[in-house]
Design a protein around this ligand. Structure first.
Ligand code: ADP
Length: 494
């Protein structure tokens, strides 16, 4: 019996998953369990930290039991997690002191506006690479301190731990209070240049340093857990989007991936130096590995695969999301129809929270197939908008885009993405890129894999989509999209 496997714990927003990988990077098995989404008020989202923990550990136990794997056969555990979601617990007992405040929760928007009015945003951007938004952890921690009775006094005495979900799981697994660079860089409290908690921001947000976890490299022995019946090292912790970039083996500067889920997350490796966007992208730490750190540039699109759900659930135009491909293929193009799904405003690079969606170019001949096709194209057009911004911020043209996520299964969408961008789009065999990235990092840490080159050789292409449009076709389609976006803007596009 050797150390033949890596166990990835993939703690997502709606479910906890455990996945076992072998030395070739192939999946031996996976277990998944959903947990409750708690909505205490409009725009507020919480999770029960104990449910997060219990579902995570239960899926791992079930997986090992089902596959009859002993702890001695597992070389290491890698953790990847929903980012920014914030938890506070009692340092002694490990008991949560409130529900987790989830990344989507908008409850701290008024506090963010107050901070903006005090002129803090420029400093936040310069020090953390982020924008001053309720999305990130810092203002959520402040909310706990202001709203959980007695918490601030206890926090100042060092009796309280704050952590993102990686930190919470690590504490339960090993008793250690720590996080990695990728997760720390999403808190709004971490200086990504100096690699330390930022005193100026801690002061501005009123957060006592004693609540904060220790921060270190993404691939390191964070601790050892005996919870599965024998000692297994926890050898990596990494936020989900950075994990996906690593799982795509995008190790070189300017290599990028786009994940097509409910929303889209495009992330570019920018190497050892951070690039600050001039146009609404955010800068984070990608990972710390082998004594150095790498930075990423990231753009988020709020509504991507969700526009297909909308066609299915609200308009009744589709029976399933997968059917969108066959329906869209009934027509050669969208017939001049554009859908801009700005249902919750426009994200990167426009950041127009008051914009709302629209459909343009309707004629008497517009069919269901045209609408479905235009909806799919809205996903690739929005992604192209972010890709172009990345190119201009980094000064580097993209050579190829690697893709993953549920909607990346749609061939018509991937072809349109290649056509619109004018570069090849490359889809891998493994769809579980996030878990794979965490497994790769843990495996590198314990010598399960030798180096990045060995891992790059494990990546297998499923399909390459070559761009088929002429430059003219691309220019015409792009101009149409931009005009449609302009019309959604709350300022009329001026
Ligand atoms: P998430 O991780 O955000 O829950 P997934 O990666 O599971 O998302 O992808 C699900 C999303 O992708 C849904 O919004 C769904 O509408 C969309 N989707 C799934 N399959 C397809 C498909 N074949 N074509 C287009 N969209 C799809």
């Amino acid at each position: 019996m050797g150390n033949d496997f890596i166990l990835a714990l993939d703690q997502g927003t709606t479910s906890s998953r455990s996945i076992l990988f072998d030395r070739s990077g192939a999946i031996l098995g996976a277990e998944q369990e959903e947990f409750r989404q708690i909505y205490p008020a409009p725009g507020w989202v919480e999770h029960d930290p104990l449910e997060i923990w219990n579902t995570q550990v239960a899926t791992a136990r079930r997986l090992l039991d089902r596959l009859r794997i002993a702890p001695a056969e597992i070389a290491a555990i890698g953790i990847t997690n929903q980012r920014e979601t914030s938890i506070v617990w009692d340092r002694k007992t490990g008991q949560p002191l409130h529900n987790a405040i989830v990344w989507q929760c908008r409850r701290t928007t008024p506090f963010c506006e107050q901070l903006k009015a005090s002129g803090l945003e420029v400093e936040v951007q310069r020090r953390t690479g982020l924008v001053l938004d309720a999305y990130f952890s810092g203002t959520k921690v402040r909310w706990f301190l202001d709203n959980v009775p007695g918490l601030r006094a206890r926090a100042e005495r060092g009796e309280v731990c704050f952590g993102t979900v990686d930190t919470w799981l690590l504490y339960q697994l090993t008793g250690r209070h720590a996080t990695d660079y990728s997760n720390a860089s999403r808190t709004l409290l971490y200086n990504i240049h100096e690699l330390r908690w930022d005193d100026v921001l801690l002061d501005a947000l009123g957060i006592p340093p004693l609540v904060l976890p220790e921060v270190g490299p993404t691939a390191q022995i964070f601790g050892v857990t005996a919870l599965f019946g024998g000692d297994i090292p926890v050898a990596a912790m990494v936020g989900d989007q950075q994990a996906a970039l690593f799982g795509q083996t995008a190790f070189q500067p300017w290599q990028s991936k786009n994940t097509y889920g409910t929303g889209c997350f495009m992330v570019m490796n920018t190497g050892h130096a951070p690039i600050h966007s001039k146009s609404g992208l955010i800068t984070s730490l990608g990972w710390g590995l082998g004594g150095s750190v790498e930075y990423v540039l990231e753009g988020s699109i709020f509504v991507a695969g969700a526009v297909i759900q909308w066609l299915r659930d609200e308009l009744g135009l589709l029976r399933s999301a997968a059917e969108s491909e066959a329906v869209a293929a009934q027509v050669a193009d969208s017939g001049g129809v554009y859908i801009v799904p700005a249902f919750v405003g426009l994200g990167a690079p426009h950041w127009d929270m008051r914009a709302r969606g629209l459909i343009t170019g309707l004629t008497r001949g517009t069919s269901r197939a045209h609408l479905v096709r235009a909806a799919l194209e809205s996903i690739s057009f929005q992604s192209a908008d972010v890709a172009h911004t990345m190119e201009s911020d980094s000064g580097q043209p993209l050579a190829v885009l690697r893709v993953d996520g549920g909607a990346a299964a749609n061939n018509l969408l991937m072809q349109h993405q290649a056509d619109v961008l004018g570069i090849p789009v490359e889809r891998g065999v493994t769809v579980e890129t996030t878990a794979l990235g965490a497994a790769f990092l843990a495996g590198l840490c314990v010598g399960f894999w030798k180096d990045k080159a060995e891992i790059s050789n494990l990546w297998r292409r499923d399909r390459l989509f070559e761009p088929a449009w002429t430059a003219d076709q691309r220019a015409v389609a792009w101009a149409g999209w931009q005009e449609a976006v302009r019309r959604t803007r709350s300022d009329g596009g001026f």
